[in-house]
Design a protein around this ligand. Sequence first.
Ligand code: TRP
Length: 435
Amino acid sequence: MASQRVLTGITTSGTPHLGNYVGAIRPAIAASRAPGVESFYFLADYHALIKVQDPARVQRSTLEIAAAWLACGLEPEKVRFYRQSDIPEIAELTWLLTCVAGKGLLNRAHAYKAAVDRNREAGEDDDAGITGGLYMYPVLMAADILLFNANKVPVGRDQVQHIEMARDIGQRFNHLYGGDYFTLPEAAIEEQVATLPGLDGRKMSKSYDNTIALFAPRAELKKLVFSIVTDSRAPGEPKDPNGSALFEIYQAFASAEETAAMRKAYADGIAWGDAKQALFERIDSEVAPLRERYETLIANPARIEEQLREGARRLREQHATPFLRELRHAVGLRDLSTATAREAQGARSPKAALPAFKQYRESDGRFHFKLVDGDRLLLVSRGFDSPKDAGQRVAALKRGGFARPDADVALGEGVAGDEVARALEALRAAEEAKA
Ligand code: TRP
């Protein structure tokens, strides 16, 4: 794989606010346009269930976040954009990974430990109110990442430990089942991305109830901006930009020149009311066109639903489903009919019993291949211009498995796609066992 796979999830548990926009949405969309990256952005709605058990809120938040990313310029044709719960392979992989994840590793997860600490402080039982979901959170996240062999995972500092756990769990699986099934991901920490202060000057966060909704209507945006805390300096008195939430938010939206001009205005004693008006106009000029798109998008939720499903459908077909097939085989969840008597006794199946690809040249001068199992013809190809083209298609089948016939390959008489898939699985298993 030549390109870098960058993957990140957004938990669908709230309404997008300016902090999300500056800290995540805007930089991620910019990064998705860089050459040589394949970006995966998904709505982590399984993760949302850990925090939010209000179904209407989960649904609403999923819709709002999807619409926000699209309104801000995410291109679903170029970026893998999907909803976690549309890919059942994620849940299935979670279980396979659960069975190799050390319980001790999960005990050390910060989010779980913090919950235990809070219980201790309150004099409660260690695990009071803690669900298995919170405890398993890192394994689900590992499945998100490992399923798509992501190389880089952009996250905030608070999530770095989870990426390390994903590496750990992936490595254990690879080691245990003797193959390079999973790419080991790395966290990409966005150092220079601003964390935006909220209305009260603390980090803008839903848990502090100090947010400005990204798509608040203009009048509400204005009201919120005017409620940002300032000190009591009067108009004409010089003001300090350091530690001024107003100034920091301004900076996140303004160019370097505009920021320098605002710094000077502070020194010259700009009235807070005027500084707030300037901030309001600055935010609104960036957000207004996005807001308009957002409103159009959210008025047609069926269209968003369709886009998400299509994103998931393609990813399952091209990657998740064949990969899970391989992983199931790796751990021994196998088709019983492929087990020979010797295998059942713990020995490897003899080579002669394996299906095989045969490449040949027809009288038309073109290069063909077929997949045979004993005297059964499973798959036959069209003619390719060169043996290399034919060989590449064979390699792709060996690697990626088989879903259905296409322009390159047709099924043999009376053969079902599943039989081909099983034959390829058996081939791959045998080659892995050899390696
Ligand atoms: N847990 C992440 C958060 O709260 C969201 C998330 C879920 C995620 N799965 C992921 C992020 C996989 C990166 C990769 O921010």
